[in-house]
Design a protein around this ligand. Structure first.
Ligand code: FAD
Length: 408
């Protein structure tokens, strides 16, 4: 079978690329190893409301949205709280499995030929133009050929390897549980964020309201994979989490049925995301935000730019693929690069320094600025405004001053 565009992977990057490519009139196929999209779920499901403003994303039904989030309580290691609250909706909690399913349905409705339950096992360059791809499934294998190959096959991308591209710069591990809390009240409009090396060294842990009135997603990510499970276990008993759930002092948190997932979060774009007749997108290209691990907004933004570039040019020429890569790196890709550097710099911040920093950020004028300008997908824009308004923030941690130029 011969297609103009072949997408490997039916996660959000793959399904959205396939939907947009089909809508552009390109003969498109998508191949996914699982029989069902969205499983296993490896996500805390917190997204920027703007994701529904990308072209065609308003066609997803409202029931994928679980909660509207207006703010966050950021807990310092010693228990200080930076209470963030904007006037509008700052984020949404989504049913991630349903989100993935809806996106794959959207691709099929737009005309994509979808093959599920087929694991791609071989990816070879054709002499001259295009690629050939073979897969295996329970009912037997298939063989597909295409002019353009899109590697949307996640962190361990086979397409990336076969195209000779480098992996993302860094992969950290995240652990997340979906659970019901027996006592206490799950805030329905804010999330909890927990810092500290005993919980999530170099990154953070979270509590995010999900289904109904008592379900919550609790998770953590850390640059120290060996300490992650211990940190996460500490979090489940943490007084700061009990406070977030309004439990009285001394009362332990009791959990109902719990499902656990563990997954990699690749970040830091490799040197190339475009090769000869091939493009990698989403986790395969390390597009998650280095400051939060959120991958969905950046990948939708990348796909949107990619398809707009194809639509505006002469179609599938190598020139338009190269133009996409150039424009990505000059635009949002640059925000991700700066965030990557910033996170590297901040990853060895001590617990005392985090306490000091959060105390400083909770001062009136600064807090107002964060509440007005804060956007989970543009952290560097806010960070730069904060440092410009209050350079003393950086002076708090003088050893970081030499790095200031790289971030700004
Ligand atoms: C613990 C955790 C929490 C997270 N929380 C958030 C969050 O709150 N918000 C957010 O925005 N992001 C979050 N992320 C990141 C987000 O989940 C990813 O960035 C996103 O899933 C990337 O989408 P993708 O389509 O690139 O890859 P994936 O979702 O990994 O999809 C890749 C697809 O390719 C398929 N595939 C792989 N290999 C093959 C093959 N050989 N043949 C056929 N199919 C194949 C896979 O089955 C899969 O369906 C989190 C990640 C983790 C681990």
């Amino acid at each position: 079978m011969e297609f103009e565009v072949l997408v490997v992977g039916g996660g959000p990057a793959g399904s959205y690329s396939a939907a947009r490519s089909s809508a552009l009139g390109l003969r498109t196929a998508l191949i996914e190893e699982h029989t069902e999209a969205g499983r296993p779920q490896q996500c805390a499901g917190l997204v920027n409301p703007d994701i529904f403003h990308f072209e065609m994303m308003d066609r997803l039904s409202n029931h994928v949205i679980l909660k509207e989030i207006f703010g966050a309580d950021i807990f310092s290691p010693s228990g200080l709280i930076l209470p963030l609250k904007g006037s509008g909706v700052k984020a949404l909690t989504i049913d991630r499995a349903e989100f993935d399913k809806e996106l794959l349905r959207l691709a099929a409705r737009c005309g994509t030929k979808v093959f599920t339950g087929q694991r791609v096992t071989s990816v070879r360059k054709r002499p001259g133009r295009g690629w050939e791809v073979s897969s295996k499934g329970r009912e037997g294998g298939i063989h597909l050929e295409c002019d353009l190959l899109l590697g949307c096959d996640g962190p361990a991308s086979l397409v990336r390897r076969c195209a000779g591209m480098e992996p993302p710069k860094e992969t950290i591990t995240g652990i997340s549980v979906e659970t019901e809390v027996v006592d206490g009240a799950v805030p329905h409009d804010k999330v909890g964020v927990y810092t500290g090396k005993e919980t999530a060294r170099g990154f953070f842990a979270w509590a995010i309201p999900s289904f109904g009135r008592s379900c919550i997603r609790i998770g953590a990510s850390s640059i120290d994979p060996r300490g992650l499970v211990k940190g996460f276990t500490n979090l489940l008993k943490d007084r700061r989490l009990a406070r977030f759930l309004s439990l009285p002092d001394g009362q332990d948190i009791k959990y109902g049925e719990t499902s656990v997932t563990l997954g990699p979060i690749p970040m830091g774009s490799p040197a190339n995301i475009v090769g000869k007749d091939v493009v990698i997108l989403g986790d395969s290209a390390g597009m998650a935000k280095p400051t939060s691990g959120g991958g969905i907004y950046p990948l939708l933004r990348a796909v949107d730019l990619f398809i707009s570039t194809l639509g505006a040019s002469a179609g599938l020429s190598q020139t338009s693929l190269d133009k996409f890569e150039k424009d990505w790196r000059k635009g949002y890709g640059r925000e991700l690069e700066r965030a990557f550097i910033a996170r590297k710099i901040l990853s060895d911040i001590t617990d005392d320094e985090t306490d000091m920093m959060l105390e400083r950020l909770s001062r009136k004028g600064t807090l107002e600025m964060i509440n007005d300008e804060g956007d989970i997908d543009h952290p560097m824009t806010l960070a730069v405004s904060l440092i410009r308004t209050d350079p003393g923030l950086f002076m708090l941690l003088p050893r970081f001053i030499p790095h200031l130029k790289k971030v700004l």
